[in-house]
Design a protein around this ligand. Structure first.
Ligand code: T4K
Length: 436
């Protein structure tokens, strides 16, 4: 990534440079209206972190020399041990990805019938349930935390419900005490989708040990990655045993299958990346925190664009920089902001718009077609994730914040011009036409 370095050459614009930032003062300075983009190359949310390359390549050589590429190899075992130690849990079962991990955890924990899940989450959380014939009961979130609202969970408990999947969205822990109480009172099994929450804590305790099991993702876009990958963490010996069997077709010996299972194994090459990534995790967190603080400084005085905060008393991985755009105060909707940034070569993401209940296949299923989840709708219409991670410098963040401040400064005019151009949130063709 590099901030645009050429001086602006369009005679029709007043864009000028200040330090390394291309200053935008008027609506016409924005790339969406023909100005020079703030960045010459594209900035993404989720650009992968890469740990120490020499260690990674050494591990690749080792595993090739060993000719042990998968099936519970030494790197997988080492990664599981390293994670169990860092998380303070009895068992970690490494898996091929977070989705398979959730699938296995749901089965290993014995969930049946209906399961309460937030609608404001990555669709995988819901898909694993429907995929195995269970019924997701979509629940609203608390608009302040973006996590399951315990009151709404309580209201959805019925005799068909056997469990709850809480999500620690953005790495901020769910309301674990309240959810624990509800689960205990009603005899429900509580598990967590901890895809975002590796190395995060709640009241000083590491995520990984809450509920019956917690599932992490080590997808390429996560701050610790194993290319693809995930892990189930649990203190429950039975769940761990079942998860290990299920991960490997139910095999207990060469010719002995004891249970139904799938292929959820992590490869050795993935585990090598995971170990290397985990070794640099504290450095990644430090960069993410630096970036988060840079956004906090840069957006502090921008009306209508509010950065979601992380509790400093806890351990956080800061891997998601999340803002909420208040359209009225900013003079621009979230979708307008996303469009503007896209033209500046900043690909911000509307995670997790529009909420699972409004995605296929759920939205056309009678159970969900009229479902009203006002907090989910409101949050999903405001949230925008901004680029961070080791591929993003403070200088780049200053430039993004400058673009956002200037956009809000010209909010009503920009909104009007975008509307005149009929640029909608997913209208890429119109966007390209407007740019050319
Ligand atoms: N539960 C929750 C709450 C989750 O958020 C997720 C996954 C899961 C469960 C399931 O875990 P996994 O089965 O995935 O392990 C991405 C990720 O694919 C997904 O892992 C993640 N959550 C989700 C929030 O984000 P997309 O659809 O946004 O991916 P994509 O291809 O648009 O990539 C995101 C950005 O990252 C792009 O702008 C480009 C950049 N990127 C991506 C890759 C793969 C790179 O720069 N390099 C890369 O190698 O889902």
């Amino acid at each position: 990534m590099s901030i645009a370095s050429r001086a602006h050459d369009s005679p029709s614009s007043t864009t000028r440079r200040q330090g390394s930032i291309r200053v935008k003062s008027h609506a016409s300075d924005f790339a969406v209206f023909g100005g020079q983009p703030a960045f010459e190359s594209t900035l993404h949310v989720g650009q992968p972190n890469v740990g120490r390359r020499t260690d990674l390549l050494r591990r690749f050589n080792d595993l090739l020399d060993r000719r042990w590429l998968s099936n519970d190899g030494p790197y997988v075992q080492e990664l599981e041990q390293a994670l169990a130690t860092r998380l303070g849990v009895r068992h970690v079962v490494a898996v091929a990805n977070g989705t398979v991990g959730l699938d296995i955890a749901v089965r290993a924990a014995g969930l049946t019938g209906e399961v309460i899940v937030p609608a404001f989450t990555f669709v995988a959380t819901a898909h694993v349930l429907l995929w195995q014939g269970l019924t997701p009961v979509f629940c609203d979130v608390d608009p302040a935390t973006h996590n399951l609202s315990p009151e709404s969970v309580e209201a959805l408990v019925s005799r068909r419900v056997t469990g709850i999947i809480g999500v620690h969205l953005w790495g901020r822990a769910a309301a674990v005490e309240e959810l624990d109480d509800i689960a205990r009172q009603h005899g429900l099994t509580l598990i967590y989708d901890a895809a975002h929450a590796l190395l995060c804590s709640h009241r000083g305790r590491m995520v990984g040990g809450f509920g019956k099991a917690e599932v992490f993702s080590f997808h390429a876009t996560k701050f610790v990655n194993s290319f693809e990958g995930g892990a189930i963490a649990t203190d429950d010996d039975q769940i761990a045993h079942r998860a290990r069997l299920m991960r490997n077709f139910g095999f207990t010996d060469y010719d002995e299958v004891q249970a139904l299972g799938t292929n959820g194994k992590m490869s050795e090459v993935g585990a090598a990346m995971g170990l290397t990534s985990l070794e640099s995790a504290d450095e990644f967190v430090a960069v993410n925190r630096r970036n988060y603080l840079a956004y906090r400084r840069g957006l502090a005085a921008v009306p209508g664009i509010y950065l979601l905060s992380y509790a400093e008393a806890e351990q956080n991985n800061y891997q998601y920089v999340v803002v909420e755009v208040d359209g009225e105060r900013a003079g621009l909707s979230r979708d307008h902001v996303q469009r503007l940034l896209q033209a500046e070569n900043v690909i911000a993401r509307r995670y997790f718009y529009p909420g699972c209940h409004r995605l296929a296949p759920y939205r056309s299923m009678p159970r969900y077609s009229d479902l009203q989840l006002p907090a989910t709708d409101a949050v999903a219409s405001r949230v925008l994730c901004l680029p961070t991670g080791t591929a993003v410098s403070v200088e780049a963040i200053d430039a993004i914040c400058h673009v956002l401040a200037a956009a809000v400064g010209n909010g009503p005019e920009i909104a009007r011009r975008l509307q005149d151009l009929r640029i909608g949130p997913t209208d890429l063709a119109a966007f390209e036409r407007a740019r050319s």
